[in-house]
Design a protein around this ligand. Sequence first.
Ligand SMILES: *Cc1c(COP(=O)(O)O)cnc(C)c1O
Length: 234
Amino acid sequence: MNSACLERLRGNLARVREQIAAAAARCGRAPASITLVAVTKTVSADVARLLPQTGILDLGESRPQDLWRKAPLLHDLPVRWHLVGHLQRNKVARTLPLVSLIHSVDSLRLLAAIESAAAIQQSPADVLLEVNVSGQPQKHGFAPDAVAEALQQAATCRWLRLRGLMAMAGTPGDLAAARREFASLRELRDRLREAAGGACLDELSMGMSGDFEAAIEEGATMVRIGTALFEGIA
Ligand SMILES: *Cc1c(COP(=O)(O)O)cnc(C)c1O
């Protein structure tokens, strides 16, 4: 990869970091409390390799097969991979050893499959539960009122570490709706935390290129950003 590409990436990142800092400042939060996950699904492994040079060590992919292909190509770098898209049960065993966090656990059956694969591999699995905050039927995720049951199941799992919740806004471009949905995820988390007597659920993964500032203002601890970082990079 050439230096023009790295320069472009540094410029895009500086802009995104500035926006993260400004959004954090507006709600009195420390920018360092927000993890930027660079979603590399639209760029090659060669471009993804540049990220650690800019200080980004958290990389995300939405398709397990893309993760399987790219992670080994970057094995020499100290990156943490995140799976942010839908995971099918038959892909769990191969995915687990490659990832530090699965953002997209969207069914009780997937939760059980991750627990059993993690037990076989003798390696704990960190996960988030994806919540369908928009209620759109074609979207993945637990219905908000089904999350409490998933929490109960997760509590019986020895190898699973439930770290929080994840959501995607329902309608790209509708920022007001996105903000309401992000707020509803935070409120759901707060209610569950209280009911469960302090279950962790510290992480709120919400916000993409078009809506991460609103997500931060509503409490996001992880933003998943692709387009805004890789603009102008083939
Ligand atoms: C692609 C993707 C992102 C990043 O989206 P951008 O709009 O390109 O920033 C974030 N989360 C998930 C689940 C995605 O699939």
